[in-house]
Design a binder for this molecule. Structure first.
Ligand code: PHE
Ligand code: ZN
Length: 847
């Protein structure tokens, strides 16, 4: 039902809840359409609160009975919860409610996924389970009894007792309701154990559906690696006797850090060489780490309110990226994070959905699980670490855990810890949390009498969220190279704090070439056109060397689009040179070969005052790839052969780097041999990384039909692999065919659109096909809008997230803008549109 009038919630309005929850007891009697939830909760008046209204959140609940201290009461019910008169002394609240998990397609609260019960409570899902103060600053211990005929009955914390048809759990660590979880079903466990540095033996289990047992080993190893890493690097040990992970097929996000019972989208945990690509393995390792790390950054120290979401997410993303860098390659991880940041966070920060890392208002909190909160939130912490140094960072983190363990904390608490432990004033730095927008930093230089001067000017474009941006603290890592390519000044961090600021480097024999923003030391747009080819040849900073290759390629693509020029020989020569430089990590070389994304090129064109033409961008990318294939043609066959892995498959950094470069070579070779080698790789593939890459190249070469049919026959029974099959056809379609391909796939019998993974694999992938989605006739816009309208009543969260496909609409020409505008209006005027989607569409239209 439509929420009468969407309410805006403000950070400045925060007040504590009037009551403290001392303990929570829950009993679940599971039945698909009529689950009974009985709660017994001890409340006492909160001495720190002035507002003593007893309001409990509750949504879609049928209240059967309520009691206070054993006496029946009649609370006042609304759409959002209930209020009740309560005594001014400690009391016990009891309620019995009935809920309908089978009808819960929104996948929030308690729901059924393939016959298995599971929960998703973050951010505000617990109120769909029972009446409760569903806010993160209300923390309590939980005791749970689950009654149900299932062999596996799980909840948070430690197991207490169990018997036929029931199990009891107790979580001794006070937690907010968003970390509650329950799972019941016919599941099998993959078990292991880990002994913490404190000597606690922890039983580990990964619960999956029968048939998926063979896909558990990698995730389990990743869990143990994460547990060890958090002890070694952050001094944080696990704190319960069990740690359980459950894989579910229907899930809106990647995974969820419920205390002691993480729930994962199956795609984020199940892995085998035959069914998962190297990229999948790396992502799974990172997500397992991420959820595990939340045990300290999120669970032991949680958020006071949802405005503080970046307190746990930014920090935990930062921690998981440190972990991946340690487990694999630091420069490669940095490059992949920056690609991701530019592809997902920059458009958000530079468009109508821009918001600060810590937003100050929202209508639907689910709409703020964004790249800005997560990825920019992590970048902000990375800058903080750069500014205070490694030692300062680790001292600050020790103090954070010491001071705030058990708290529901704020960004102010977080920054205070850094101020107290390092003595630094972070007043100006705090703007990173309160200002939206990506700062642009322009660089000029001069050389006079042996002194080199770099001048920086920062400017953050104003936005609705931040109409008057002020100067930020921007750490800029800089090195200088001499005219012969030798480094004359190793990396230094300059602290930019003013709108305009100069830095001098005296004592130089000749004018140097600067390497600026090494390691991407701040999430900004750098406006600087040095000699990219020179940096590509000589930069000692791996990130900036990759960046130089990318900048050369980008400049070449842009002049192809705007002036019709041929691919730049400097780019071709530079990349061809890197390709065969065996001193470089193959994974790194594969990244140097890749072109910037087409949507990002559109953004760059737009920023330079040119209206992007998606077809012209597509054509430029094609001609550049073709030219590179020709330029490197002599080296490619050998490069391909030398990067075939012999021996047993391992998803580690070394082997996956080899396969990445081998496949990059094959991709170019396919442009020269019209796909014969790709066909051979497809036919002989023994792992998904090679099978899927070959499939992509065959489709691209226009000869994918047989391989697609074969792939489907082979993998029909495997949902996760079939998601790839759906996605691959869409992303590899020619621009003119993409909408028809996606549309045809939505008619396939296996297009189960209520499953978020399948919906995203098909329509999410389509929205990511730049030239296909933006097809001139508007068919792409209509197709996506049709499906968003259809999905909204079923799953508002996934619908709302996907609306962001339209966030860049103002970049395009008047005809496309008018077509998109009409689709946005059509969505907005759909009767009973969810609060989630309404907020997103409104922001996109008005911003
Ligand atoms: N807190 C989860 C994470 O970052 C993400 C999530 C949010 C999952 C909301 C489900 C719902 O890992
Ligand atoms: Zn998280």
């Amino acid at each position: 039902m439509r929420d009468a009038s969407p309410q805006t919630i403000y950070l400045k309005d925060y007040t504590p809840f009037g009551y403290v929850v001392e303990e929570v007891h829950l009993t679940f009697d599971l039945a698909p359409s009529a689950t009974r939830v009985t709660s017994r909760i001890k409340f006492s008046p909160n001495p720190d609160a002035t507002n003593k209204t007893f309001f409990l959140h509750g949504k879609n609940l049928s209240l059967i009975a309520a009691k206070i201290d054993g006496e029946a009461v009649k609370p006042k019910l609304t759409d959002e919860g209930l209020t009740c008169d309560v005594p001014n002394v400690p009391f016990t609240w009891e309620a019995e409610v009935q809920i309908d998990p089978a009808a819960n397609t929104a996948l929030e609260g308690l729901y059924l996924s393939n016959g298995m019960y599971c929960t998703q409570c973050e951010a505000e899902g617990f109120r769909k389970i029972t009446y409760y103060p569903d806010r993160p600053d209300v923390m309590s211990t939980f005791s749970v009894r689950v009654n149900g005929p299932h062999p596996v009955l799980l909840s948070n914390g430690n197991p207490v007792a169990s018997g036929d048809g029931w199990a009891e759990w107790h979580d001794p660590w006070p937690k907010p309701a968003y970390l509650f979880a329950l799972v019941a079903g016919e599941l099998v466990a993959h078990r292991d154990s880990f002994t913490t540095m404190e000597g606690r033996k922890v039983d580990l289990a990964l619960y999956v559906r029968p048939g998926d047992e063979g896909k558990c080993a990698f995730g389990m190893q990743a869990l143990k690696d994460s547990m060890k890493w958090d002890e070694d690097v952050y001094g944080r040990a696990y704190d319960l006797d069990v740690f359980n992970i459950v894989a579910v097929d229907d899930f809106n996000m990647g995974a969820m850090e419920n205390k002691g019972l993480n729930i994962f989208n199956a795609s984020a945990v199940l892995a085998s060489p035959e069914t998962s690509t190297d990229t999948n393995f790396e992502r799974i390792e990172a997500i397992i780490a991420h959820e595990y790390f939340h045990n300290w950054t999120g669970n032991r120290i949680t958020c006071r309110d949802w405005f503080q979401l970046c307190l746990k997410e930014g920090l935990t993303v930062f921690r998981d990226s440190q972990f991946t860098a340690d487990m694999r390659s630091e420069p490669v991880k940095r490059i992949s994070d920056v690609i991701d940041l530019r592809a997902r966070q920059f458009p958000e920060d530079q468009g109508p959905l821009a918001h600060p890392v810590r937003p100050e208002s929202f209508q639907e909190i689910n709409n703020f699980y964004t790249a800005t909160v997560y990825e920019k939130g992590a970048e902000v912490i990375r800058m903080l670490k750069t500014l205070v140094g490694d030692e300062g960072y680790s001292k600050a983190l020790d103090l954070y855990f010491d001071r705030h363990d058990g708290d529901a904390a704020t960004i102010e608490d977080w920054l205070k810890v850094f101020e107290d432990s390092t003595g630094r004033d972070l007043t100006q730095f705090k703007r990173w949390y309160s200002q939206a927008g990506t700062p642009r930093v322009a660089v000029t230089d001069s050389f006079d009498n042996g002194t080199y001067t770099l001048t920086f000017e920062q400017l953050t474009p104003p936005s609705a969220a931040t109409p008057e941006p002020q100067a930020q603290v921007i750490p800029i890592a800089v090195g200088l190279l001499g005219p012969n390519g030798d480094e004359v000044l190793p990396t230094q961090v300059l602290e930019l704090t003013k709108d305009s600021q100069s830095f001098n480097f005296p004592g130089l024999g000749a004018k140097p070439v600067p390497s600026i923003l090494r390691g991407f030391s701040a999430p900004i747009v750098l406006e600087h056109t040095p000699d990219h080819a020179f940096l590509l040849a000589h930069d000692t900073d791996p990130f900036n060397r990759w960046e130089a290759a990318r900048n050369l390629g980008k400049a070449s693509l842009i002049s192809a689009v705007t002036k019709g020029s041929a691919p730049d020989a400097k780019w071709l020569d530079g990349v061809a040179g890197l390709l065969i430089d065996d001193t470089l990590d193959p994974a790194y070389r594969a990244y140097c070969l890749a072109l910037p994304g087409q949507s990002q090129l559109a953004a760059d064109l737009h920023a330079n005052g040119t209206t992007p033409d998606p077809d012209a961008i597509w054509d430029a990318c094609e001609s550049h790839r073709q030219a590179l294939a020709q330029r490197a043609s002599d080296a490619l066959p050998d490069l391909y052969t030398r990067h075939q892995v012999h021996g047993p498959y391992a998803p580690d950094a070394e082997q996956s780097g080899q396969r990445a470069l081998g496949n990059a070579a094959l991709s170019l070779l396919t442009r020269l041999d019209s796909g014969d080698m790709a066909q051979a790789q497809f036919d002989g593939a023994t792992n998904m990384t090679q099978q899927l890459a070959a499939l992509a190249y065959l489709i691209r070469a226009g000869r994918g039909d047989a391989a697609l049919a074969q792939f489907e026959a082979q993998w029909k029974h495997d949902r996760l692999v079939m998601d790839k099959w759906f996605g691959m056809q869409v992303i590899e379609a020619k621009p003119d065919d993409a909408a028809d391909t996606a549309k045809a796939l939505t008619k396939h019998t296996d297009f189960n659109w209520k499953n978020p993974n399948r919906f995203r694999a098909t329509l999410g992938t389509f929205a990511a096909h730049h030239a296909g989605f933006h097809a001139k006739d508007g068919s792409g816009y209509t197709l996506l809008a049709d499906w968003l309208i259809k999905l909204d009543p079923v799953n508002p969260q996934t619908t709302a997230r996907m609306c962001s496909a339209f966030q860049t609409w103002r970049r395009y020409d008047a005809i496309r803008q008018s077509m998109i505008g009409k689709e946005l209006e059509r969505i907005a005027s759909t009767p009973n549109l969810s609060r989630d989607t309404t907020e997103m569409i409104t922001r996109i239209r008005e911003g």
